[in-house]
Write a protein that binds this ligand. Structure first.
Ligand code: MLT
Length: 254
């Protein structure tokens, strides 16, 4: 078990706490539109190697265990965990390793399967890119898959600025972690908490077919497609995303 506590925001009071897990290569600042909409307690960490969190490296399971350490440090027994893309990989590992701490789950623009050979080659190319050109070059290489021709330029610039502030070491370690993450498909059937799967209809990085697969595999899961949104559906389709999140939180309280 890690002795380090992740850098985080802990805002609001009351209700079942919700944890928001950010995408790659970003940090907790990507969730500002959700924090504006939430009136209950929200805990928003920077995953290891990102933002203000210490350290780099570790497996997806290590990231899930660090989230559990954070809940311990905040005396939170159970939380709704919401993760987008890389955050979703960590959320699925948390569901598998710490099921008793999970009150509900939101998986956005993510997938349960592991990297195939082509994806692993892409990780290697991005590791080289990060080492030679820095973190923002990796973000720029992702742009054709994560944004659409319709994406608001201001959204691209906002996320690019967050990516530009990440360390090369943190980005390389996260690429290695994602490359080596295990297949999470088999454990989806073991998830028995209220679950919502969200996907941007135009997400080319983790397309709607992946979301449909997860929604079929998790008993009772609700599938929400956000029309005309790319990969970062919490930014591009913030109001629909927030509605899905708030509805999940209400269903957990019932
Ligand atoms: C993300 O947005 O976190 C990344 O697209 C995840 C990945 O590269 O697998």
């Amino acid at each position: 078990m890690s002795q380090r506590v992740l850098a985080h925001q802990d805002v609001g009071t009351g209700g079942t706490p919700v944890v928001l897990l950010h995408a790659f290569p970003l940090d907790r600042r990507m969730w500002r539109r959700q924090l504006d909409a939430l009136s209950t307690r929200a805990v928003v960490p920077d995953l290891r190697g990102f933002g203000a969190s210490p350290g780099v490296g570790g497996s997806v399971d290590d990231h899930a265990d660090e989230l559990c350490d954070l809940l311990d440090a905040l005396s939170i027994e159970r939380a709704v965990v919401a993760g987008l893309s890389m955050g979703g990989y960590v959320a699925m590992a948390f569901a598998r390793r710490h099921a008793s701490r999970l009150a509900g789950l939101l998986l956005a623009d993510t997938k349960a399967g592991p990297d195939n050979d082509e994806a692993k080659k892409g990780r290697e190319a991005n590791i080289e890119r990060a080492r030679n050109e820095g973190a923002v070059a990796v973000f720029d290489a992702m742009r054709p898959k994560v944004f659409t021709p319709r994406t608001d330029r201001a959204h691209v610039e906002e996320l690019r600025a967050i990516a530009a502030s990440q360390s090369t070491e943190g980005v390389v370690a996260a690429l290695e972690m994602m490359r080596d993450r295990p297949d999470a498909t088999g454990a989806l059937a073991d998830i028995h908490v209220p679950t919502t799967i969200v996907v941007g209809s135009d997400d080319a990085a983790t397309p709607p077919s992946e979301a449909e697969f997860m929604a079929r595999a998790i008993a009772g899961a609700k599938l929400v497609s956000i029309e005309k949104s790319g990969h970062f559906s919490n930014v591009e389709g913030a109001s629909e995303f927030n509605r899905a999140l708030l509805e999940l939180l209400v269903s957990v309280r019932l």
